[in-house]
Write a protein that binds this ligand. Structure first.
Ligand code: NAD
Ligand code: TYD
Length: 353
C-alpha cells in the first residue's frame, strides 16, 4: 500500500523556527513535501537550507513572496493541491516592535487576515504559530493556560493577539479548519542574533558587552526549538480544529541566570582566560517589559501525548556548540541589517530604549 503524499505550505519558513521545522519535517516524514513562502526580511535566511541533503532539497520548494500579497497566495493554491498551511511568517522581535510597530501591524495582522481569506476558499487546515506573550505578564505564581485571557503588553504581542483573534473568528464564522499554538521562548540553531541567547553567545565570542535589561530578573520558560517543531507537527496531524494548544519547556529561568550559564559554557568551550561575566552590563529596561512567562502544557500533554524531550542543560550546551561550530552561518547573518541594528542599539554605550 502506498503512503499518501502530502504537500504543506510553510509561511515564514526561512526564519528561525520555520527553517528548523522544515528540517524536522523533511527528516521525520518522507511522504511530505514543502512549499516555503518567505518574504526574506532581515530575519529570513536561505543559507539555512544549505544543510539539507539533495533528497530533502527535492522536497523543499522556496518561493520568495509576502503573505500580504493575495495574488501570490492564490497562485500557490491554484498551482498545487495544498494539504495544510503552517503560518510562521511574522515580525517577531519585541524591541523592533517598540521602534517600528507598523511592520508588525502589516505582517502579523494584515498578513494573517490575507492568508485566512485565501484559506477560507480552499478549506485548508491551518496551524497558526503564536506566542505565550499574548497572555501578558505573570507574577511569581501561576501559569498561562489556554483559558487565560489575552492581555498583551508590546506592539509585537498585541499584533500576535490580533492575529489569533482573527484565526479564531474565521473558524467560528466560516468553519475554516484552524488551530492556534501558543509557545514559550525558543532557542536553538538558526536564530537571528538579536534575540537574547544567540546575542549573548556571539557577544561572549567577540568580547562585546552583554546587555541585561533592567534588573535581569525577568523570567522566560525556555523550550528547545526541536521540541517545538515536534509539538507543531503533532498539532498539525492530530490537533482538533478550533482549539488552541499551549506549548512550553518547563524550564523557567531569569535572564541573568541564562546569561551566566552561557558565559560559563562559552568560556569552557573556548578556554577563555578572562571570564565573559566581566562583559555583563545592566542597561535601561525595555518599556512594558513582561516580568514572567510560564506555560501550563497539560492540555497538549493529555490530549495529544506531547511533552518536551530535551533537557535544558543538554540542549543549551548543544546550542552554544552549534553557533561556535557554524561561524560561516553566523557571518552570513552578521551583514547589513544586523550591523545596523547593533550599531543603532548597543554601540558607544547607548542603550536600546
Ligand atoms: P523569525 O523572525 O526568525 O522569522 C520570521 C520569518 O518570517 C522570516 O523568515 C521572515 O523573512 C518571514 N516574514 C516576515 N514577514 C513576512 C511576510 N510579510 N511574508 C512572508 N514572510 C515574512 O521568527 P521566529 O522566531 O522563527 O518565529 C516564527 C513564529 O513563531 C512567529 O510567528 C513568532 O511569533 C512565533 N513564536 C516565536 C517564538 C520564539 O521564541 N522565537 C516563540 C513563540 C512563538
Ligand atoms: P528576547 O530574546 O528578545 O525574547 P522575548 O522578549 O520575546 O522574550 O528576550 C528574552 C529576554 O531577555 C527578555 O526578558 C528581554 C531580555 N533581553 C536582555 O536582557 N538583553 C538583550 O540584549 C535582549 C535582546 C533581551
Amino acid at each position: 500500500m502506498s503512503i499518501e503524499q502530502k504537500k504543506i505550505l510553510v509561511t515564514g519558513g526561512a526564519g528561525f523556527i520555520g527553517s528548523n521545522f522544515i528540517h524536522y519535517v523533511l527528516e521525520k516524514r518522507k511522504n511530505y513535501s514543502i512549499i516555503n513562502l518567505d518574504a526574506l526580511t532581515y530575519a529570513g535566511n536561505l543559507n539555512n537550507f544549505n544543510f539539507l541533503s539533495e533528497e530533502k532539497k527535492k522536497r523543499h520548494k522556496f518561493i520568495k513572496g509576502n503573505i500580504c500579497d493575495k495574488e501570490t497566495l492564490e497562485n500557490i493554491f491554484k498551482q498545487d493541491k495544498i494539504d495544510g498551511v503552517i503560518n510562521f511568517a511574522a515580525e517577531s522581535h519585541v524591541d523592533r516592535s517598540i521602534s517600528t510597530p507598523i511592520n508588525f501591524i502589516q505582517t502579523n495582522i494584515f498578513g494573517t487576515f490575507n492568508l485566512l481569506e485565501v484559506i477560507k476558499k480552499s478549506n485548508t487546515r491551518l496551524v497558526h504559530i503564536s506566542t505565550d506573550e499574548v497572555y501578558g505578564s505573570l507574577g511569581k505564581e501561576g501559569y498561562f493556560k489556554e483559558t487565560t485571557p489575552y492581555d498583551p503588553s508590546s506592539p509585537y504581542s498585541a499584533s500576535k493577539a490580533s492575529s489569533d483573534h482573527l484565526v479564531k473568528a474565521y473558524h467560528r464564522t466560516y468553519n475554516t479548519p484552524c488551530i492556534i499554538t501558543n509557545c514559550s521562548n525558543n532557542y536553538g540553531p538558526f536564530q537571528f542574533p538579536e534575540k537574547l541567547i544567540p546575542l549573548i553567545i556571539l557577544n561572549c565570542l567577540e568580547n562585546k558587552t552583554l546587555p541585561v535589561y533592567g534588573d535581569g530578573k525577568n523570567i522566560r520558560d525556555w523550550l528547545y526549538v526541536l521540541d517545538h517543531c515536534e509539538a507543531i507537527l503533532t498539532v498539525f496531524e492530530k490537533g482538533i480544529v478550533g482549539e488552541n494548544y499551549n506549548i512550553g519547556g518547563n524550564s523557567e529561568l531569569q535572564n541573568i541566570e541564562i546569561i551566566n550559564i552561557l558565559c560559563d559554557i562559552v568560556d569552557k568551550k573556548l578556554n577563555k582566560k578572562v571570564s565573559s561575566k566581566k562583559l555583563i552590563k545592566f542597561i535601561a529596561d525595555r518599556p512594558g517589559h513582561d516580568r514572567r512567562y510560564a506555560i501550563d502544557f497539560t492540555k497538549i500533554k493529555n490530549e495529544l501525548a506531547w511533552s518536551p524531550k530535551y533537557k535544558f542543560s543538554d540542549a543549551i550546551e548543544k546550542t552554544v556548540s552549534w553557533y561556535l561550530d557554524n561561524i560561516e552561518w553566523v557571518k552570513s547573518v552578521q551583514t547589513g541589517e544586523y550591523k545596523k541594528w547593533i550599531e543603532k542599539n548597543y554601540s558607544k554605550n547607548r542603550t536600546p530604549f
